[in-house]
Design a protein around this ligand. Sequence first.
Ligand code: BJ8
Length: 430
Amino acid sequence: MNDAFQVHSDPELWEELGMDVARFSGMPPMLTNAYKNIFLSQHNRPERMSYFDDMVANIHTGRIREIYDAKKGGKPVIGTFCVYVPEELVVAAGGICIGLCGGAQGSIADAEKILPRNICPMVKSAFGFKVGKICPYFQVVDLVYGETTCDAKKKTWELLDRYVPTHVMEIPQMKRERDKWLWLDEVKDFKSAVERITDTVADFDAVAAGIKTINAKRFALQRLNALRHHNPSPISGRDMLLIEQIAFYDEPVRFAQKVHALCDELEQRIGNGVSVAPASTPRVMVSGTPMALPNWKLHFIIESAGAIVVNEESCIGTRYYKDLIDEGSTDLEQQLERLTERYMKIDCSCFTPNDDRIAQVLKEYEASGAEGIIDYCLQFCHTYNIEAVKLREACEARGIPFMSIETDYAPDDVGQLQTRVEAFLEQIRG
Ligand code: BJ8
């Protein structure tokens, strides 16, 4: 355990960003404790996790300072909530793209003063961060770009616009040929909106560079995920989840380099037979709704119960990096079309039909060497919740142990979840 670890504070910077400093000051010590307990208590972690530990230590200071300085130097900051909003075009236009999804219980009460209680905790958490002025990332963005994926999100954007300029991208709910053309128009609108704010026009070369940068980031994550599938695994599931979360706020080129450096270490560990858990450890794959930082609840429960998480079929997981954009386009129109095609492959449950996702889950189950699937659904997320019916049927037909859980960010159900996870692991162990 690294006792020196501390999530840093910078009240002056927070003041400058218009945050509620008095309230936010309690956040770093809380995060420090949680991080030490959940991450630094693990044995035999890869040494190069130290970079990602530092990213957490600097989450409210160093990285924010870096973004803020870049913004003052003319690089606008765009916040997003969904992996359907193409960050390649933000990079191409010279901006910074950061994910703003909320994974903390602490901001939910702020949201519930305005929003109904019975909606997804991820939406409430993000909204609460803004209205409570308790997230430096929300404070540093120039505009946010929402989407029409689910009802909770698309209606919340109307209210969020009162606090920060909020644009909305229409995401079709089907994937027919005609939907592709609608989608392509939305991509073009997004490009124009980003260009207006960056005051640049992203030409063919700029878009090619943006695609290359984000492809490289996704490729690094693909490499890491393939390595963690090794049995015995050289890295824990919670460390992998953390890296997948950091992918949404780190600088993309540096992030990819650090992920590759970690991969090099993992290759050595595999070669030397070094792992975080013995090969006999039950291997669990998690599928379903995304786990935004600092939502580590389910992974911690699973791994504390003596299993290891070997795959996240999630938008903070493989849905974010499984597909790359074809880099062989010869003109801008073709680039945007290839980009749209890549985004159309993301198999979010807000689409109908969405059988590709079932096939993808089964494919990842095989590739990861998992021995069971826990499908994770945030409370009130109807599309993932209902899609779990088909997923269960597909798993049962193949004899794959399957359990679905629905939860939020509150600690109240931890005991009950522990019991269910332990029973599930018994089923896997036979
Ligand atoms: S592409 S999963 S990031 S929409 S969990 S807020 S759907 S009620 S997060 Fe998502 Fe894009 Fe889909 Fe991925 Fe609504 Fe469901 Fe909450 Fe959700």
